[in-house]
Design a protein around this ligand. Structure first.
Ligand SMILES: [Zn+2]
Ligand SMILES: [Zn+2]
Length: 139
């Protein structure tokens, strides 16, 4: 009995740490990136455990899972309503908190479905990738 409780506590604690680490960054990390963050605090955690807990956290509505056709799954600990923009060059994902043109975009749609939301991702080039690459010839 005591042993079971101990194991349960450990699982909950792992999940809490994963959530804290994810909420502490604004970078929308992949599961692998979260794994390396969490490992600093839980050196013995496995990648599989991190994956599993991320799925649970997203099912519980505590984190957002960002999926797109192009690449890896990323995670977001910020549950406030916002949109995302992905850099076409490096894959970095940024937040967009204000997109006035999208207000009401899910209204008046021609569908039998009950609309519960929509997925939208902007594409662009991030500030780092906009910087001209230094050309040794001119420096
Ligand atoms: Zn970039
Ligand atoms: Zn975000």
């Amino acid at each position: 009995m005591r042993k079971l409780l101990g194991k349960d506590m450990r699982v909950t604690n792992q999940r809490k740490i994963i959530l804290e680490e994810l909420q502490g960054v604004k970078t929308h990390p992949t599961a692998d990136e979260i794994y390396s963050l969490v490992r600093k605090r839980l050196p013995r955690i496995s990648l599989g455990t991190v994956y599993r807990n991320l799925e649970i956290l997203s099912n519980l509505g505590l984190v957002r899972k960002l999926e797109n056709a192009a690449g890896q799954k990323r995670f977001d600990g910020d549950m406030s309503p916002h949109h995302h923009i992905r850099c076409c060059k490096c894959g970095k994902v940024g937040d967009i908190f204000n997109a006035p043109a999208l207000n009401g975009v899910d209204q008046g749609l021609d569908t039998d479905f009950q609309v519960t939301g929509f997925l939208l991702e902007f594409a662009g080039i991030c500030p780092q990738c906009q910087r001209p690459t230094r050309n040794t010839k001119y420096s």
